[in-house]
Design a protein around this ligand. Structure first.
Ligand SMILES: Nc1ncnc2c1ncn2[C@@H]1O[C@H](COP(=O)(O)OP(=O)(O)OP(=O)(O)O)[C@@H](O)[C@H]1O
Ligand code: SF4
Ligand SMILES: [Mg+2]
Length: 354
């Protein structure tokens, strides 16, 4: 089945201060805006749904996702395994699996995403070794990418490949380009993956759990590198992680995703100081249990519900200590503004503990 993303409306107008102060689903729980726009919107997603489009009944995997990432912004997307982080990244890259359909408005730099050169976005993954060609040298892979992007001579592409390896902190690039991926450490391969991404000169770097498979020291080095490149190259970054504390350490804004829905969004300081959603508050105390590259929160019983059996109301209800009668029946409205907002019927309660 063909993957479709429709573009039906013009980009959203700048939110008013009233929009920015609104907490969807409540009249009383509004919080003051903590992020005033600093730069232009680069990516605007509005009402994005992704569903299985096979012969059986449609199953919604992403539901009414709306978010804005501004030029040069570091936006962290946080959630457990199975919450839909990679699906959102794939949709933004235009690489959704063919059994899935997508519908919604996505604008990049003011125009429909589908009309924008794919090189404007680049993605790096958790396990670079799976995406690097094992039988080609690093130099071959980088040079080919550079040649496709800039159409220069082989010599120019080779020199550019070396400068890209230097940009990502590889100390001996002339020797590294002769090596194969299996001859490099996980951290070095991740640097190569970032160099491949940079070869496209992206305005948005999508990083899908790029440090989860690395040791703590290398994780920090890669995070420092991404931050430095963001500044040097004036790139926006969509950084995917299951680690809320890491997101708080590094990002400007955070979106928390649960069971295919964005359930809290706001400036990082605001979320760090006063997380609104019961799930977000659980994320702070959660110790991730990592097996087979899947992350589950051991502080919370149960897991993200299977998309095929999600009910009509709040998908977090079966795990929520603050659920009220309406929660399982009525879906809370999703956050869609630049303010700090959360999708919950009961925002006034449970701020002390979860
Ligand atoms: N091609 C597909 N067909 C059907 N369902 C899919 C497909 N790809 C993903 N899903 C389902 O969509 C949901 C979200 O998957 P996704 O890979 O985006 O989660 P994630 O948040 O990236 O998890 P993780 O942290 O484990 O990487 C899961 O329930 C998954 O099983
Ligand atoms: S209080 Fe209700 S709406 Fe809010 S997270 Fe819990 S179950 Fe969901
Ligand atoms: Mg994923």
């Amino acid at each position: 089945m063909e993957t479709l993303v429709s573009f039906t409306a013009s980009p959203s107008a700048e939110p008013t201060l009233a929009d920015m102060a609104r907490v969807p689903g409540t009249e009383s729980g509004a919080v003051q805006p903590s992020l005033l726009p600093r730069t232009q919107p680069l990516l605007e997603v509005s009402g994005l749904d992704v569903w299985t489009a096979g012969s059986h009944e449609e199953i919604r995997l992403l539901e009414s996702i709306s978010l804005t990432i501004r030029e040069g912004e570091f936006f962290a997307l946080v959630g457990e395994s199975g919450s839909g982080k990679s699906l959102l990244c794939s949709t933004l890259m235009g690489i959704l699996p063919t059994n899935l359909g997508a519908r919604g408005d996505i604008y990049f730099d003011g125009g429909p995403l589908a009309a924008v050169d794919r090189r404007s976005r680049a993605m790096i993954f958790q396990q670079p070794s799976r995406y690097l060609n094992p039988v080609r040298t690093i130099g071959f892979q980088l040079t080919e990418t550079v040649r496709i992007v800039s159409r220069g001579s082989t010599h120019e592409a080779g020199e550019r490949a070396i400068s890209l390896l230097e940009a990502v902190g590889i100390e001996d690039p002339r020797s590294t380009i002769k090596k194969y991926p299996h001859e490099l450490s996980g951290g070095m391969n991740q640097r190569v993956m970032i160099a491949l991404a940079l070869a496209r000169r992206p305005r948005l770097l999508i990083a899908d759990e790029p440090t989860s498979a690395l040791d703590v020291t290398t994780q920090r080095q890669i995070m420092d590198l991404i931050e430095k490149l963001r500044a040097d190259w004036n790139m926006a970054v969509l950084f995917v992680t299951h680690d809320l504390n890491l997101a708080i350490e590094r990002s400007d804004r955070i979106g928390v995703i649960y069971a295919g829905q964005l359930i809290e969004m706001g400036a990082t300081d605001a979320i760090a100081q006063q997380p609104l959603h019961p799930y977000t508050r659980n994320l702070f105390s959660a110790v991730p249990e990592i097996s087979l590259n899947k992350v589950k929160l051991v502080a919370l019983a149960g897991g993200v519900p299977d998309p095929a059996i999600r009910g009509p109301g709040c998908h977090f209800a079966p795990r929520c200590a603050h659920a009220v009668e309406a929660c399982a029946r009525v879906k809370p409205a999703f956050p869609d503004a630049l303010s700090h907002a959360a999708a919950c019927h009961n925002l006034g309660l449970g701020h002390a503990a979860s």
